[in-house]
Ligand binder design. Structure first.
Ligand code: AMP
Length: 416
């Protein structure tokens, strides 16, 4: 099954796929398209960039066009997506893949006037792609009616939960017919996502793909082993290097991202944070400032970083190691885009050794270690971000008392 022609797709859809220049199905398409056209529920673990949109859009278009459009038209497919950008992208994809069919799709999202969306809905659409907040508004006003939806897609479900949409999502789903097909996509499958999936999917097919790790070799990777409380001072020191023109810093939590950006600003190292708790406008502004070079440092969490598509990130700094090793590859892939050189610097504190080992196993190499510069810790450190402030020694020894670099030495020893 290595060609689109082998799937049960009608010629108008195949033609659009050819016009897109797609020669072969990607792995997620390979695993999903046939089963989805047969009406199966899907639980897909895949990121953007894997061809996931076509993996659900093509079978949906196939299923809809197999039956004549109802008169009057009503929403038969609902796609829920976390952000305005992703909603627009999915809308564009449906429009392109469906351009030789008579199916109609529209997008609704907040932050813009409601009237054009209202007009489109009243005119009758088959496929509705929406962010949860605006959709709920339109449902309450009885402008969006979902009682005859046949297929539901949840895209980037983990990001949707991270942004606090869980109640909205559940409310919307409760307004849909119970008998329907559900296609559920998420880049990660933590417990809360699995519990939502279990509630809304029936006997789903599990599909999993990870993006290729090709960029890793092109990136100069380095590692600093240090104590947790030293991380901020080292970061501030590294950021003094003018070669760090556009730097993406990763923390594990939203709270740490905020605190870190605050501390950097206090040190006059202009930084902004981007994560799921920030509103759409704040996120867009932070990204735009970063792209324009108005803000040199962007602190991000793994989930929020997925929307970041900036070409010349000079450095990625892993202030914290990721919980999921694959995210290391996603993170550092943000630099060295389009063949440009890039650098990835990782901080690893004593309590993150397991995470580091998991990353090194995944990438099949030990990240070259650098010595922490001498004397970089100032006499008084600013209070560190929550989650990074706890001294790793239980008895509250001051950072001066701790033998600095002891962990680094231990690690070197271990490697020999
Ligand atoms: P997505 O993961 O849906 O955001 O898709 C990522 C990119 O891959 C988009 O630019 C798609 O146009 C492109 N794409 C999707 N499927 C294929 C395919 N089978 N062959 C080549 N490119 C594809």
């Amino acid at each position: 099954m290595n060609r689109f022609e082998d799937f049960p797709l009608v010629e108008p859809i195949l033609r659009a796929v050819r016009e897109e220049g797609y020669e072969r199905p990607t792995p997620i398409q390979h695993q999903t398209i046939r089963l989805a056209t047969e009406g199966r529920d899907i639980l897909g673990c895949a990121q953007t960039g894997t061809g996931k949109t076509a993996a659900f859009a093509l079978p949906i278009l196939q299923r809809l066009q197999a039956a004549p459009p109802p008169v009057p038209r009503h929403v038969r497919v609902l796609v829920l997506s976390p952000t305005r950008e992703l909603t627009s992208q999915i809308g564009d994809s449906f429009a392109r893949y469906g351009r030789h069919t008579a199916l109609r799709c529209t997008t609704v999202f907040g932050g813009v006037g409601q009237e054009p969306q209202e007009r489109a809905l009243r005119g009758g659409v088959d496929i509705l792609i929406a962010t949860p907040g605006r959709l709920l508004d339109l449902m309450r006003q009885r402008i969006a009616r979902l009682d005859r939806v046949e297929i539901l897609v949840l895209d980037e479900a983990d990001r949707m939960l991270d942004m606090g949409f869980i109640h909205d999502v559940r409310r919307i789903i409760s307004a849909l017919p119970k008998k329907r097909q559900t296609l559920f996509f998420s880049a990660t499958l933590p417990r809360d996502i699995m519990s939502l999936a279990q509630d809304i999917l029936i006997d789903p097919i599990h599909v999993e793909v990870t993006p290729p790790t090709t960029t890793v070799e092109k990136i100069v990777q380095s590692l600093y082993c240090l104590e947790k409380r030293e991380k901020f001072a080292l970061l501030a020191r590294l950021l003094k290097d003018p070669q760090m023109r556009r730097v993406l810093v990763f923390t594990r939590t939203k709270r740490a991202a905020n605190k870190l950006a605050e501390h950097l600003n206090r040190e006059r190292l202009h930084a902004d944070a981007i994560h799921g708790n920030k509103g759409q406008t704040a996120r867009e502004k932070a990204l735009d400032d970063f792209k324009r070079g108005a803000c040199r440092v962007l602190v991000a969490t793994d989930i929020a970083s997925r929307g970041i598509d900036v070409d010349d990130v000079t450095h990625v700094i892993n202030f914290d190691l990721p919980d999921v090793p694959e995210n290391y590859v996603h993170r550092i892939g943000r630099t060295a885009r389009a063949g440009a050189g890039g650098a990835a610097i990782t901080f690893c504190s004593t309590d993150e050794r397991e995470e580091l080992a998991a990353v090194e196993r995944l990438i099949g190499m030990a990240i070259p270690q650098r010595d922490v510069p001498h004397g970089f810790i100032r006499a008084v450190l600013p209070p560190l971000p929550i989650g990074h402030a706890t001294p790793s020694r239980p008895h509250g020894s001051s950072h001066h008392a701790a033998p600095r670099g002891s962990y680094a030495r231990r690690r070197r020893h271990r490697r020999r």
